[in-house]
Design a protein around this ligand. Structure first.
Ligand SMILES: [Zn+2]
Length: 173
């Protein structure tokens, strides 16, 4: 389930100043708010208090304020585009649609929110990505795993490949 970015359904990031599209007043009130469980966004009906104009906004939920603990112990702010780039590298030349990657990142963010943690290790994020990537594309999964899990030796990588092939019920080519 992926919400595509379009002119009709603009995303607004959280905490971003918002103005009436009609008169540019910032005196807006929310008249209805909905968070469909399957959608990575909050839909809000808003009304301008100056001119009465009503419009709908979609706010990406994302993972606000999450900090990532890197392997060397340093912390950095969670970055959706960085995660997306890592997944892009793994799926390179694989038959995976852009929308699938966006969907995967959204699922990962959903899981990250569900941990309830404010800090999470990059290893843990890698594991979550792998879980979802496994369902999407076997080759991409192995590529991602070989980078993030840094297999001890070829034997370990081989065992993981064998396991993946065994558990794979659908073959995508
Ligand atoms: Zn207005």
């Amino acid at each position: 389930m992926v919400l595509r970015h379009s002119a009709k359904t603009p995303y607004f990031s959280l905490n971003k100043a918002m103005n009436c599209p009609q008169c540019h007043s910032d005196a807006l009130k929310v008249i209805d708010s909905r968070n469909a469980e399957t959608e990575p966004a909050i839909r809000r009906r808003r009304e301008c208090e100056s001119c009465g104009y009503r419009f709908t906004t979609y706010e990406r939920i994302g993972v606000p304020d999450l900090r990532v603990i890197k392997k060397d112990g340093r912390r950095e702010a969670y970055d959706r585009s960085k995660l997306t780039r890592g997944i892009w590298r793994a799926v390179e030349k694989r038959p995976v649609a852009d929308a699938d990657i966006e969907g995967l990142v959204t699922q990962v963010e959903h899981d990250l929110r569900n941990t309830g943690e404010s800090e999470i290790s990059s290893d843990r994020i890698g594991e979550i990505v792998m879980q979802h990537l496994k369902e999407l594309d076997d080759i991409a999964y192995i590529r991602f795993a070989s980078v993030y899990r840094s297999f001890e030796d070829l034997g370990e990588l081989q065992r993981e490949v064998a396991k993946t092939m065994k558990s794979s019920t659908t073959t995508k080519t």
